[in-house]
Design a protein around this ligand. Sequence first.
Ligand SMILES: [Zn+2]
Length: 240
Amino acid sequence: MSTLQDDLGNLLEIQSLEMKIKAHLDTIKEEKSRLNRVEKFREAKTKRREEVESEIKNLNDFINKNEKEIFSIESKLKQTESHLAMVSTQQELGALENELKSLKPKLEELQDHGLAQLERLEDFENEAIELQEFLNGSSDTIKEIESEIEDVKNVENKHIEQLKSRINLLVEQTSKEVYQSFHQLNQKYQYNKPVTFLMGKDCRECRFQVDQGMILEIERFTALCFCHGCGRILTTNHSS
Ligand SMILES: [Zn+2]
């Protein structure tokens, strides 16, 4: 039969072994968050690539349409110029010259606009290539990280298994009721000190002031005591 003092000592040791388990779990979590970051970045780049592709499509449509318009104005210009040679009246000449005056700036505007859009198209096409290169490269990075995560998990899980078997041994050596109380508190306070110490007259975690009667019970190990403030198991670190 273990004494309450032994049981509390076991609980403290279980608690510290559980903190070690948490450190190993955190290491696994960190690796996974590294993967998440790369995946998030990839998602953003994939979305951007879709935008760029749709820009490229729109620009190509625009440029094709623009070229057709340029072609039609150019043929109108040629037609008008050939009519010039055949005019017989001053009035006809004036009308044709007016038409040329209005067609020429329109043609220039379409050509300028077309060139500007071609430059934009080139920028987008370069960006699309860069994005594709990034996506290909990061797909390899993800595979690398995934295999690193597997390695880390294998190593960390081995440590965790060892710690768990040490905990199991301690649980076997602890009286059932005492361990049950700890186990229940662990639902609320796992990795957050389900067992804590008296600090002066206060609970070290929540600073609730413990009454004199309970302090005596804690110090003499006559009963399992729970803080009235936070519900944690209270013990003393004087004799353990
Ligand atoms: Zn407390």
